[in-house]
Design a protein around this ligand. Structure first.
Ligand SMILES: [Zn+2]
Length: 321
């Protein structure tokens, strides 16, 4: 009986020991696993720390770049301000340009019935003028065109056909017409004409649509053309005019101006323009004007004319900026 009890106790103890060692084995495994987890988490943490440090360095670098850019912007702003100051100065100069007063006498639409006599008057007074010729007319009197150029006058394109409804129908129509008159002059004079011309009716003519005119101006400006308008018209195509009204129109318009581009025509059948020409030249000279042409015009003189809006007029307005 006692032996039996001892056996049972021994068996019981063995079971307990087995359970205990199984539990210990299990716990050990668990601890090892947790330890491994901690280890790998620590490694991840170190990795993250490294990344944070790298990001911090990157932020510092970006900060440096931003500050550098800020400095650059500051410098550029200062530069812009000084340029604006210079520009304002240049604008202010407009009103008080001190060079000689210059008149540019121009004749459109010829050569015509009195062009030859006009050349004689110009020669008598020792001045030159600019002739914006019509290609179709130039072809009729090529010798006269050559005589104009040989006497020192400017011979420049106006239009080939002078038919407003055709040339202002589209940009291409205008450019074709312009290139045709350029070609006509070139074949008469034997060399390429400079890129200076006059729009029939001026750049603000009432025939071409705004879209067509903008297209033409944009293209020709991009190609370096200068288009010359006028700021003193003889109004020598108006009804009821005579030599005195023409002279008065020009002299009135010239008052208080330092740069005058005078518009006349050498295509009219009458002689009103021819008859007032000598007196006009004398009076302008007495008022301190010298005469120049678009052939001997300097870069500074081109600037002066564009500053008063007599060449390349309304370009900004036409382009909408
Ligand atoms: Zn014309």
């Amino acid at each position: 009986m006692e032996k039996q009890s001892l056996t049972i106790i021994a068996a019981f103890m063995i079971v307990i020991m087995l359970v205990n060692s199984a539990f210990a084995f299990y716990t050990d495994r668990k601890i090892r696993k947790i330890t491994n987890d901690i280890q790998s988490t620590r490694i991840q943490l170190q990795e993250k720390d490294k990344q944070i440090k790298q990001l911090n360095d990157a932020v510092t670098e970006k900060d440096k770049q931003i500050n550098f850019q800020k400095d650059e912007i500051h410098k550029l702003n200062k530069l812009l301000q000084s340029k604006r100051g210079k520009w304002a100065e240049a604008l202010a100069m407009r009103g008080r340009i001190t060079g000689p007063k210059i008149a540019y006498l121009t004749f459109d639409d010829g050569p015509g019935p009195h062009t030859y006599q006009i050349l004689q008057v110009l020669k008598e007074h020792g001045i030159n003028a600019s002739f914006f010729v019509v290609g179709a007319k130039a072809e009729e009197q090529p010798d006269l065109v050559r005589a104009q150029f040989q006497a020192g006058h400017a011979v420049l394109p106006h239009t080939y056909s002078h038919k407003y409804s055709e040339i202002y129908a589209s940009k291409d129509a205008f450019l074709n017409d312009l290139h045709r008159v350029e070609h006509t002059i070139t074949s008469i004079l034997g060399f390429a004409v400079p890129k200076i011309f006059r729009f029939p009716g001026g750049v603000t003519n009432a025939v071409a649509s705004r879209a067509v005119m903008t297209g033409i101006v944009k293209q020709l400006h991009g190609e370096g053309y200068i288009y010359a308008d006028w700021n003193a018209s003889a109004a020598d195509t108006a009804i009821g005019r005579n030599k005195d009204t023409e002279l008065g129109n020009i002299l009135n318009a010239s008052q208080d101006k330092n740069e005058v581009v005078i518009l006349c025509h050498d295509i009219q059948p009458d002689t009103h323009t021819l008859d007032m020409l000598g007196e006009l030249i004398k009076t302008m000279k007495a008022r301190g004007f010298i005469f120049k042409t678009f052939r001997d015009i300097s870069d500074e003189e081109i600037y002066r004319l564009s500053a008063v809006g007599t060449i390349n007029l309304n370009l900004e307005k036409l382009l909408g900026n």
